[in-house]
Write a protein that binds this ligand. Structure first.
Ligand code: ATP
Ligand code: MG
Ligand code: MG
Ligand code: MG
Length: 565
């Protein structure tokens, strides 16, 4: 590729609304442009990177025996009624009508469609096991799209779905997918962990998330360097022995019906005058509903909360100092989310542990007005108010737990018979008996990986691509091409030779001065830079610098090819 014929559009300024490094750098490098909330155009540069990721994912899926297909992104309501998810999926499901007033959704995932495909296509156990995959655009109406393509509304996913006669067969494919995912993220040059994940509402027997380790990650992880133990925090909490630490300070007030409590009732229980209540937040979790009642300002001066059944005797007022003293950490805080009620949500140990969704309301209506918020709404910064803390012995006893943060880039699941049963997907076994199939599902966030890689690998000058993801491996930069045709020619011939040797190379023939040209190449993260100059030609060398080198050096043509080979 010649850059003069490409559309490279870098910008110097750090975009004001981009909070994390990957988002800033993707905008500065001109990889993505925002169309609307959670919707991004991938520029030619951005797309080159995403295609590289896609290719690695595809190769490893095929190597692991999966077969590629493509399903529609628009899906009919009827299928989602069959699985029971038309209502249950919640606000992330974007629903629409066609001209005949028929209901559809834009697919956030494809269990229904693939199960429908399988029940029509698969008749006999002899056809099994099968693992179908696609690389396809999903839409989820995320409550809080942010960080650019990291949490977008429209994004590219690789999703795979396997079909089996027996649970044992499902386990085999699940293990193969675990291996394939490990190979994918290793090939992509990412530091990652496969963590044990809760199967939660989806049910099933096993689930692992693949997490790219990064401070900006939205997920909390517990892992050990000395042992293979690794789990996401929900799972780690679920397994932690109960009662070892002080009870969560805010997992306190239980309510049966989340949406119809009056604010009077809540404040009466808590003993806080209604006019002093700034916010009341109900959090529903596995152990029922809890309420948090805030006084003071957004800095969380006071949290008043209580277990409903034991009220009012057990209510206690906890100041930030109390929380700090009891747990060694300050409570986390979530800023306003863009809902009509616009309630900041406090996240503390209990919420992080328990919340399946949050309900919020304020005192303006006198009744408490509740809305079910997506699970995602609760997470901004989860305070480390946990049952599992740094330094705990890992459950296998072989190491100590370290808490870290991660970006979920892949997720594998043993679904069991949930969808096949609900939708009647069966095959005949060797006795001629109809048997419901077992299923697994396996997702990779292809577009999210691009952002995750940058989050993990960048410096002040810009992106540092792993070789496998770089838009080009090598940049050939020409110094002063207009005044020195010999230099332009030499660069052109080097570019041709590298390309012919199968080395993905870009020729920077834009005629920029060295400073801005080098800055661009660093910003867009090209792993290897070769400079062709008049002086170099005289000496019979090129100037070479790896993106991670601190200094450039002069190398001969042969040495260069050896280096890049
Ligand atoms: P998250 O917890 O981040 O919301 P998820 O658990 O809802 O993700 P899955 O249903 O497991 O996501 O989907 C498979 C993969 O798709 C995820 O592991 C992630 O990499 C990617 N993904 C999910 N939601 C988004 C999004 N809004 N933007 C970009 N990628 C996403
Ligand atoms: Mg999600
Ligand atoms: Mg998740
Ligand atoms: Mg997931």
């Amino acid at each position: 590729m010649r850059l003069s014929k490409f559309h490279l559009a870098t910008v110097k300024e750090v975009p004001a609304d981009a909070e994390i490094a990957s988002h800033q750098l993707m905008l500065r490098a001109g990889m993505i442009r925002k169309l609307a909330s959670g919707l991004y155009t991938w520029s030619p540069l951005g797309l080159r990177v995403m295609r590289k990721v896609e290719q690695v994912v595809r190769e490893e899926m095929v190597r692991a025996g999966a077969v590629e297909m493509l399903m529609p992104s628009v899906q009919p309501r009827e299928l989602w009624e069959e699985s029971g998810r038309w209502e249950k999926f919640g606000g992330q499901l974007l629903k629409m009508k066609d001209r005949k007033e028929q209901d559809y959704c834009y697919g956030p995932t494809h269990e229904e469609v693939v199960t429908d495909f399988a029940r029509n296509e698969l008749k006999s156990y002899k056809q099994l096991p099968l693992n179908f995959f696609q690389i396809q655009t999903k839409f989820r109406d995320e409550i809080r799209p942010r960080f650019g393509v990291m949490r977008a509304r429209e994004f590219l996913m690789k999703d795979a779905y396997s079909f089996h006669l027996t649970p044992e067969s499902l386990c085999e494919t699940y293990d193969a997918m675990y291996e394939a995912y490990s190979r994918i993220f290793t090939r992509l040059g990412l530091a990652f962990r496969a963590v044990d994940a809760d199967t939660g509402a989806i049910g099933g027997s096993a689930s692992h998330e693949f997490q790219v380790l990064a401070e900006a990650g939205e997920d909390a992880l517990a892992f050990s360097d000395a042992s293979p133990y690794a789990a996401n925090i929900e799972k780690a909490e679920a397994l932690a022995p109960a009662g070892e630490r002080p009870a969560p300070l805010a997992a306190l007030m239980r309510v049966d019906t989340p949406t119809q409590r009056s604010i009077d009732e809540v404040t009466a229980f808590l003993g806080v005058p209604a006019n002093q209540v700034l916010k009341t937040i109900l959090v529903r979790g596995r152990e029922g509903l809890v309420a948090l009642c805030l006084r003071g300002d957004h800095e969380l001066n006071e949290v008043k909360a209580a277990h409903l059944p034991e009220l009012p005797g057990e209510s206690e007022l906890a100041s930030e100092a109390d929380i700090l003293a009891a747990t060694g950490t300050r409570p986390g805080f979530i800023g306003p989310v863009g809902l009509p009620t616009s309630i900041p949500v406090i996240v503390d140990r209990s919420a992080a542990l328990l919340a399946d969704f949050v309900c919020g309301g304020n005192q303006e209506g006198m009744h408490y007005t509740g809305a079910n918020w997506e699970r995602d709404a609760r997470i901004d910064r989860v305070a480390d108010l946990r049952n599992v803390v740094d330094g705990d012995l890992s459950p296998d006893g072989k190491g100590h737990i370290r808490l870290g943060r991660g970006i979920e880039v892949g997720h594998i699941f043993q679904l069991g018979q949930k969808y096949a049963e609900a939708m009647g997907a069966g095959v005949l076994d060797d006795q001629g008996k109809m048997r419901t199939m077992y299923m697994g599902c396996y997702g990779v966030g292809v577009s999210r990986i691009v952002a995750a890689a940058i989050e993990q690998r960048h410096d002040d000058a810009g992106i540092i691509w792993p070789e496998a993801m770089a838009p080009w491996r090598v940049a050939v930069c020409i110094i002063n091409p207009k005044n020195d045709p010999a230099v332009a020619e030499a660069a052109e011939s080097l570019y041709q030779a590298l390309s012919q040797a199968g080395i993905d190379t870009v020729l920077d023939d834009r005629g920029l001065r060295p400073g801005p040209m080098f800055a661009d190449m660093e910003l867009i993260g090209i792993p290897h830079r070769v400079v062709v100059s008049g002086r170099g030609l005289e000496a019979g060398t090129f100037e070479y610098r790896a993106r991670t080198d601190t200094e450039a050096r002069n190398v001969t043509r042969e040495a260069l090819f050896t280096l890049l080979g």
